[in-house]
Design a protein around this ligand. Structure first.
Ligand SMILES: [Fe+2]
Length: 303
């Protein structure tokens, strides 16, 4: 696969200072005003001023200049012009206006976390000791996992990312018109779903494990319980544990762990639907505001 990672995103918001404070609390490190680093992924989030909340830019790492050439030609077939230099390609997704940037860069190798010993029926890995999970402090997001956008023409947006840039389709949910797309071995790095207007639904950030998801979300809610949106649960597609919070601009931010990994395109079976609930295999009832964020009318009106 020539695309190898979701490198970074830029989110536009009207209230930059408040949103930056949220992502500092969330566990991202602000290296300079408005720019945030994860533990493993480098600088992966930029918060920029904008009239209303939106995903402004999405950046993807590729292996070499040949990958840029293939994407340039594929975009041209879709009638989309790309700006090229030796190490990058820029193009604008015509429906949502999201700026896409492909950039040649090295792959990132993550160091695995220290495994917590788990007790299970017939298998006690931890005896005469409390679990480290109840003693640990909240940990930091390891890297950016995925972004989810609503598009007023989801099939056209999907075409841009799949046929144009080279994203792969991991799963689809016809009932919602949603496509789970990847630019790495992660089950999804981008989900495109229909929306009355184009909007950013959420971003997701990889944590070590489900305990890390729970600890980090609990710490966020201890500071401000109104940040809670939905969780703890486990998604039916992608298999990841999730807990969603809301930033001050209205974007959802997800702590996520144990996402499916697709290393062999032939071995993975793309499912048009799954037996599990498409949104959650288990978890609290899905809040209506998760399916249809309450501020979409305001976003549509540019407020
Ligand atoms: Fe997600």
């Amino acid at each position: 696969m020539s695309l190898h990672r979701l490198r970074s995103i830029t989110i536009g918001v009207p209230s930059v200072d408040a949103v930056c404070a949220f992502y500092r609390d969330f566990g991202l490190a602000e290296t300079r005003p408005g720019h945030f680093e994860t533990a493993d992924g480098g600088e992966q989030l930029c918060i920029a001023a904008a009239p209303h909340r939106a995903l402004l830019e999405l950046s993807v790492g590729v292996d070499d200049a040949d990958d840029l050439g293939r994407a340039t030609a594929a975009l041209a077939k879709l009638g989309i012009e790309a700006q090229r230099d030796a190490r990058s390609l820029r193009a604008v997704e015509p429906i949502t206006g999201v700026r896409a940037l492909l950039r040649v860069e090295p792959r990132v190798a993550q160091k695995p976390p220290t495994r917590i010993p788990i007790n299970a029926p017939g298998e006690a890995q931890r005896v005469d000791a409390r679990s480290p999970a109840v003693l640990a402090a909240p940990s930091k997001p390891r890297r950016l996992s995925h972004a989810v956008i609503g598009s007023a023409d989801a099939p056209a947006s999907k075409r841009f990312f799949v046929e144009g840039l080279g994203f792969r389709v991991s799963d689809e949910v016809p009932a919602f018109g949603a496509s789970f797309l990847r630019c790495s071995t992660d089950h999804h790095n981008l989900l495109v779903q229909p929306g009355a207007v184009s909007f950013l639904h959420h971003t997701a950030w990889e944590m070590d494990d489900v305990d890390a998801v729970g600890r980090a979300a609990a710490a966020m809610l201890a500071t401000d319980p109104s940040r809670h949106v939905w969780g703890l649960g486990r998604h039916g597609i992608g298999s990841n544990y999730f807990w969603y919070l809301r930033d001050p601009a209205g974007n959802f931010a997800e702590y996520s762990s144990d996402l499916d990994v697709i290393a062999d395109d032939e071995a993975w079976k793309v499912a048009a639907s799954t037996a599990a609930h498409p949104l959650a295999a288990w978890g609290p009832p899905v809040p209506g505001a998760f399916r249809a964020p309450l501020d979409i009318v305001a976003v549509a009106q540019g407020r």
